[in-house]
Write a protein that binds this ligand. Structure first.
Ligand SMILES: [Zn+2]
Length: 111
């Protein structure tokens, strides 16, 4: 519920700024690291939008894999048990996560 609760005001805000009075679709990017289950998000969404600007809209979920950027050679890779969470090019452990750790609004649409 917490992801939806955080996303809804942002989506409403964006809709108002774009002068949309009715929203048909909200597309979310959901990172693998969040542990958020698409089915649960859908259920929460349906209840949470009742009585809001977003009532009746569809939720589209785009799963996003975890990606890391190596701080030594700059390459990006998917950290996993197979590569021991190290950069596959230079084997550095110094990296930061650049995708897959959050739920973000990709787009909202009124048609
Ligand atoms: Zn590297």
């Amino acid at each position: 519920m917490s992801y939806i609760a955080r996303i809804l005001p942002m989506a409403e805000d964006a809709a108002q700024k774009n002068h949309m009075d009715r929203i048909k679709n909200v597309t979310l990017e959901v990172g693998a690291m969040t542990g958020a289950m698409p089915e649960l998000l859908q259920e929460c969404y349906k209840e949470a939008i009742l009585g809001t600007l977003l009532e009746g809209s569809e939720l589209t979920i785009i799963p996003v894999d975890i990606m890391a950027a190596c701080e030594d050679c700059g390459c990006t890779y998917a950290p996993s048990k197979e590569n021991d969470y190290r950069c596959p090019k230079c084997h550095s452990l110094k990296s930061h996560i650049i995708a897959g750790r959050d739920v973000v609004i990709k787009s909202i649409s009124d048609h």
